[in-house]
Write a new protein. Structure first.
Length: 114
């Protein structure tokens, strides 16, 4: 990734809000970058090279719960929409227990189906 590519990604896909305590974790920022690359027919670089390129570009990070975090950054633009839409878990992908169903028969006993 060249300097102009990282600057183009940051210009197109994130906005910086200085007074905001919210921000993006590294995984979200890198996922956003992957979406930006795919939409622009660019080959993404590995996450370690991306981390270095972001640091060199001057984007500051903190650590939260031991993870890299970029305070003040928010997603925007087409890549943000793509990332969010494609990051939503698919129904059934989560292991959620099926609740028991209450069955009431007319003039009969109440039973539970599991």
């Amino acid at each position: 990734m060249t300097d102009s590519q990282i600057h183009a990604f940051l210009r197109d896909s994130v906005i910086y809000e200085e007074d905001s305590e919210d921000g993006l974790g590294f995984e979200a920022l890198y996922g956003l970058y992957i979406s930006w690359c795919l939409l622009g027919n660019k080959v993404p670089i590995p996450d370690s090279a991306f981390r270095t390129a972001v640091r060199i570009s001057g984007v500051k990070h903190d650590k939260r719960d031991g993870l890299r975090y970029y305070p003040g950054l928010r997603m925007m633009g087409e890549a943000a929409r793509d990332y969010v839409v494609n990051s939503v878990p698919v129904a059934g992908a989560l292991e959620v227990p099926t609740p028991a169903l209450l069955v009431v028969e007319q003039d009969g006993p109440v039973s539970t189906l599991s």
